[in-house]
Design a protein around this ligand. Structure first.
Ligand SMILES: Nc1nc2c(ncn2[C@@H]2O[C@H](COP(=O)(O)OP(=O)(O)O)[C@@H](O)[C@H]2O)c(=O)[nH]1
Ligand SMILES: [Mg+2]
Length: 399
């Protein structure tokens, strides 16, 4: 009700969540309205005139972090969940929100602290200690229980990057072989212009396809040939850029034409990237035997009738399975985590090397403290304001 006019605005549900059992651990009231922009706007204006203010991007999650309900890696997982473009990315973000990465980092911290405390005891009480810390064993401990797990997490970063960023697939081949038709078939809609005139596609056309829960950016490109004019030449140039930046190339050929010399030349260059050969237009030669060239996975399809498309999808899926680890819902560190992990690993490696050569404990301690600091950045234990600002600015909404 608007208190000034006494007019009813909406019928709503008020959810009262008392501290500490709320998202932020503070007292929270949520107003659930009927959601029309007009109702939401009117309610918002009422609350603002009653003394509320709008939340900053990510402010609720930031409060949850500041109040200790979640750590920084978990706060980032909230953004990942909001931005997830595929089911697999969502699962990885869910694992992070449940604290899977944080638990691994805490386990690393334990080892850091244990090794640090024996070294510090040696520095402090040196001669009084009955048996001085076995430096070689401490070095081995650091290698096995800190460096090895960090390496595993870093390889998860690389294996999982396609889940965050997607994979790029370039559709390439000579003009008129049916690249644009294939793009449209894969997407299930008319995205790219198809025409019987060679050289129609000039700009690379991109669109998103989700296969097996992995976001794929599909690039239809200009046909590769000696270009007829300047614009087409630019298109061909862009095709090579798309091919060079692709994680996978679909090399489209015309089944009825068989294997020609130009195809050899093209294939030699395309095979720098992983390639699946797509022999298209099989409706024109239904009796043709399965192609025996080029020496990569091959499928026989018809973009016109849709025949063989399922086999092509399976060939792409089996490439994805080889490229991305199968473990669903596994942790996928982000770039910030990767940088911190690499910094921690460098410090630990330096400390281990010093301990192995029998250098003084003091130097190793300096490196280990720096390494511990880097690991703590992942949890945000002592994160500087600018780090927090950078993390939470990735939220585009109040949440
Ligand atoms: N019969 C037949 N024609 C096709 C097939 N795929 C594409 N075409 C035709 O081949 C011509 C060129 O297709 P397009 O997709 O524009 O080829 P692009 O130049 O490689 O992009 C068009 O006339 C299409 O209709 C197919 O599987 N069978
Ligand atoms: Mg085309």
């Amino acid at each position: 009700m608007d208190p000034k006019t006494g007019k009813r605005i909406d019928e709503v549900l008020l959810a009262v969540m008392r501290a500490p059992r709320s998202y932020t651990r503070e007292d929270v009231i949520e107003i659930h309205s009927h959601g029309s922009p007009a109702a939401v706007q009117a309610i918002l204006e009422l609350t603002l005139s009653a003394g509320c203010r709008l939340a900053e991007p990510g402010e609720f999650t930031r409060r949850a972090f500041v109040n200790g309900r979640i750590d920084l890696a978990q706060a980032e997982a909230v953004i990942d969940i909001i931005q997830a473009r595929s089911r697999r990315a969502l699962e990885a973000a869910g694992a992070m929100l449940r604290g899977a990465l944080s638990a691994e980092v805490r386990a690393l911290r334990e080892v850091f602290l244990e090794v640090l405390s024996s070294l510090e005891a040696a520095i402090e009480f040196g001669d009084e200690l009955e048996d001085p810390p076995p430096k070689k064993e401490l070095a081995a401990r650091l290698k096995n229980d800190v460096l090895a797990p960090i390496d595993r997490l870093l390889s998860r970063y690389h294996a999982g990057r396609p889940l965050r960023e997607g994979l790029r697939i370039a559709i390439a081949g000579r003009p008129n072989v049916g690249k644009s038709s294939l793009m449209n078939r894969l997407l299930g809609r008319e995205r790219a212009i198809v025409s019987p005139y060679p050289g129609t596609t000039r700009d690379a056309v991109e669109d998103l396809l989700v296969l097996e829960g992995v976001p794929l950016s599909l690039w239809d490109t200009a046909g590769l040939r000696h270009a007829a004019d300047e614009i087409e030449a630019i298109g061909v140039e862009k095709t090579w850029e798309a091919v060079d930046g692709a994680d996978l190339v679909l090399f489209v050929l015309e089944a009825p034409r068989g294997h020609e010399v130009e195809d050899d030349v093209l294939f030699e260059r395309l095979r720098q990237r992983p390639v699946i050969a797509v022999h298209n237009k099989r409706d024109l030669c239904p009796e043709a035997p399965p192609p025996d060239w080029p020496p990569v996975p091959r499928v026989l399809v018809s973009a016109r009738t849709g025949e063989g498309l399922e086999l092509l999808r399976q060939a792409i899926a089996s490439f994805l399975r080889r490229r991305i680890s199968d473990d669903e819902g596994e942790i996928v560190p982000n770039l910030r985590h990767k940088v911190a992990l690499e910094a921690a690993a460098a410090e630990v490696a330096a400390a281990a090397a010093l301990l192995e050569t029998g250098a003084s404990e003091e130097l190793a301690v300096i490196h280990l403290r720096a390494g511990l600091g880097a690991a703590d950045e992942i949890l945000g234990t002592k994160a500087a304001t600018n780090v927090l600002d950078a993390v939470f600015s990735r939220f585009c909404i109040g949440k």
